[in-house]
Design a protein around this ligand. Structure first.
Ligand code: GLN
Length: 255
């Protein structure tokens, strides 16, 4: 009997030892490899586009970084933001330098030839910014013969490039285009509605013409056939449904 009890004891001890080792060693290994395995996702953006992406206290903030963070949190990725010129974003995505592009980027058929887009997360308009005083451009029609400032490679650039008699000045960022307007170097700037409001607020003597120019949808771009697109769409759908997108928009867009 004694023998049996001690045998059982030994067996129990051995088992608990094995279990203990397994759970102890196992969990260590699991968490180590988990930290090592958290995949980074690089987001390509152009952080001169308030309220979508801009610098605040040396950090890139805005609707896009917050939405991207919420998506990455949901999907278990670590978000890394890479700031670059707007017209470099699609190439960064197609060459794999970035995993996705998010930059108040409009869905266009031309871009769809190179990248895939997620479902849209915002609908917006292009608008015209002019100087309040003595502006040559008072209506959309006046753009036809004006000198127009745009951000290189944007849809604003594409639209005005159709105006054969207009002179187009292309800038690396929206703020550069608006600066040229305030200095009288261009007659108008064609740019997205929300950033336009932020630019006008910062540049006294400028205003937005009341007629909007074109309607557009913003979405996230990814490499063609990327497996991430479906994951992103699922996360996006949930973030729309649970009110996260509305909350982030309301934080950055006050009126
Ligand atoms: N929505 C415009 C585009 O996609 C401008 C975007 C931007 O300048 N960040 O071309």
């Amino acid at each position: 009997m004694k023998k049996i009890i001690s045998l059982v004891l030994v067996a129990v001890m051995a088992m608990s030892c094995v279990i203990g080792l397994a759970s102890c060693g196992g969990s260590n290994t699991a968490s180590d490899s988990k930290t090592a395995e958290v995949k980074e996702l690089h987001m390509a953006t152009n952080a001169a586009f308030e309220p979508y992406e801009f610098y605040k206290n040396k950090k890139i903030v805005g609707i896009d970084p917050e939405m991207a963070q919420a998506i990455c949190d949901k999907l278990g990725y670590k978000l890394v933001i890479d700031d670059m010129d707007f017209d470099a974003i699609i190439t960064a995505v197609t060459t794999g330098k970035a995993d996705f592009g998010m930059a108040g980027m409009t869905v266009t058929d031309e871009r769809k030839k190179k990248v895939d887009f997620t479902d849209s997360y915002t609908t917006t308009t292009q608008v015209i910014i002019v100087n309040e005083k003595d502006s040559k451009v008072k209506t959309i029609d006046d753009l036809a013969t004006a000198t127009i400032g745009v951000q290189r490679g944007t849809t604003g650039d594409v639209y005005v490039s159709d105006l054969k008699k207009a002179k187009i000045e292309r800038f690396n960022t929206g703020p550069d285009a608006v600066l040229a307007l305030t200095k009288g170097k261009v007659d108008a700037v064609v740019i997205d509605g929300q950033p336009a409001k932020a630019f006008v607020k910062k540049n006294k003597g400028t205003k937005i013409l009341s007629e909007p120019f074109a309607e557009e949808d913003y979405a996230i771009c990814l490499a063609k056939d990327s497996k991430l697109t479906a994951e992103f769409n699922k996360a996006l759908k949930e973030l729309k449904k649970d009110g996260t997108l509305d909350k982030i928009n309301a934080k950055y867009i006050k009126e």
